[in-house]
Design a protein around this ligand. Structure first.
Ligand code: NAP
Length: 305
C-alpha cells in the first residue's frame, strides 16, 4: 500500500499528529523562516548515495514551540536535526548535553538523538573555516576579521576565529552589549603576542557608520552573520560606499547567489562569496555526527548547484 507523500514544510501540529511517509522522516531542519533552507536537498542526496533509507525535511517551528518540537522529535526516534534561525541559542537550555564548542558559546546547530538523549553539537564554526579556505584560499589565522551579528551563527564563527588565532577579531552587533559579551567570552584567546599597532586584537563595536568606516581600513574579511539578506529586498548590511577593494566579504546568507552584500562587495572591487560553502561543510560535519561515517562531500556539493 502506498503511504502518503512528504510535505514541503512540516509544523508542530504535524509532529503532534505524526503520519510518517516512505522512506521515513528521521532527520530535518527546525527554523523560522525555513522555506529557503537547502539542507534537505544536500542531506537527501547524501542519504540516497549512502543507501540510508530515510528522509530529511523542513520544519517551521516558532520560538515558543521549540521545546515541544524537540520532545516529539525525541519520542518519534529521529536520528538527528539541524537548528537554524532563531533556535540555536534557545536550544541550549533544552538539550541533555553539549559538545565543548556548543557549551563555550551557548549555541548549537546540530542535535543527535542518542539513546533517548538530545545531544547538542556545533558544526557552524568548522564549516565556516573550511568555507573560507575554499572560497578565498586563506586560513583564518592570517586574517583580521569583522563579524556582523552576535547570534548563534556569529558566536560559532567568532569562536572558530579565536581558536585558529586569527590576527584580529571585531564584533559588530545592533545590541552592542551582546557583542561585548561575546568578545569577553573569547578574551583568553587574544592575550598572545601578535602585535598590530594601535588597534586592539579583540573588540566589540557599535553598529554605526563611523565605526564601520574605521574598522574596514583595519580588517581583511567581513562576515555577515545576521539575517539581513534572507529577503530579496534586503539592503547590504553595510552600505556599499564603505566597502573597499582589499576586502573579502563572506555572507552566511545564501538565499540569493549574489545577496546585496555580495553584489556591493563585487561593485567595490572586493571579493565576495555567499554562505553556500558554509552550508555544505557544516552539513557534511553534521552527517558525520549522525551516522559516524564519512560524508559524501562531492555528492552534497553537487546537490547544491
Ligand atoms: P540569531 O541567533 O537569531 O542571530 C541574529 C543576529 O542578527 C543577532 O545578532 C541580531 O542582532 C542580528 N540582526 C537581526 N536582525 C538584524 C538587522 N535587521 N540588522 C542588523 N542585525 C540584525 O540568528 P542565527 O542563527 O545566528 O542566523 C543568522 C544568519 O546566519 C541567518 O541568516 C542564517 O541563515 C545564517 N546562517 C547561515 C549558515 C550557513 O551554513 N550558510 C549557518 C548558520 C547561519 P541583535 O542581537 O541586535 O538582535
Amino acid at each position: 500500500m502506498k503511504k502518503n507523500q512528504a510535505k514541503e514544510i512540516y509544523t508542530l501540529a504535524d509532529l503532534q499528529g505524526w503520519r510518517d511517509v516512505d522512506p521515513p522522516i528521521r532527520l530535518g531542519v527546525l527554523g523560522d523562516p525555513v522555506a529557503h533552507s537547502l539542507s534537505p536537498r544536500m542531506q537527501n542526496a547524501a542519504l540516497k548515495h549512502c543507501k540510508i533509507d530515510m528522509q530529511y525535511l523542513r520544519f517551521r517551528i516558532l520560538p515558543n514551540e521549540l521545546a515541544d518540537a524537540l520532545k516529539l522529535i525525541r519520542q518519534l526516534r529521529f536520528v538527528g536535526i539541524n537548528l537554524t534561525i532563531p533556535h540555536k541559542i534557545d536550544a541550549v537550555e533544552i538539550v541533555d548535553d553539549l559538545d565543548e564548542d556548543a557549551k563555550r558559546i551557548a549555541a548549537l546547530n546540530v542535535i543527535k538523538i542518542d539513546d533517548g538523549k538530545l545531544r547538542g553539537f556545533n558544526t557552524d564554526g568548522r564549516g565556516f573555516s573550511r568555507a573560507i579556505r575554499e572560497e578565498f584560499s586563506v586560513d583564518l589565522r592570517d586574517l583580521r576579521v569583522m563579524i556582523l551579528g552576535a547570534g548563534g551563527a556569529a558566536r560559532a564563527i567568532a569562536l572558530q576565529c579565536a581558536k585558529e588565532n586569527c590576527e584580529r577579531l571585531v564584533i559588530a552587533n545592533g545590541t552592542f552589549e551582546k557583542g561585548e559579551k561575546l568578545a569577553d567570552k573569547l578574551r583568553d584567546f587574544f592575550s598572545g603576542p601578535k602585535v598590530l599597532g594601535p588597534v586592539p586584537r579583540l573588540q566589540a563595536i557599535r553598529w554605526e557608520e563611523n565605526a564601520f568606516r574605521f574598522q574596514i581600513a583595519n580588517v581583511d574579511l567581513v562576515v555577515n552573520a545576521t539575517p539581513v539578506g534572507l529577503n530579496r529586498a534586503d539592503p547590504s548590511p553595510i552600505p556599499a560606499r564603505l566597502l573597499a577593494p582589499h576586502l573579502m566579504i563572506y555572507d552566511t546568507v545564501y538565499a540569493e547567489k549574489h545577496t546585496s552584500f555580495v553584489s556591493a562587495a563585487l561593485e567595490a572591487g572586493a571579493r565576495g562569496a555567499n554562505g553556500l560553502s558554509m552550508l555544505l561543510h557544516q552539513g557534511a560535519l553534521a552527517f558525520e555526527i549522525w551516522f559516524e561515517r564519512e560524508a559524501p562531500l562531492e555528492v552534497m556539493r553537487k546537490a547544491l548547484l
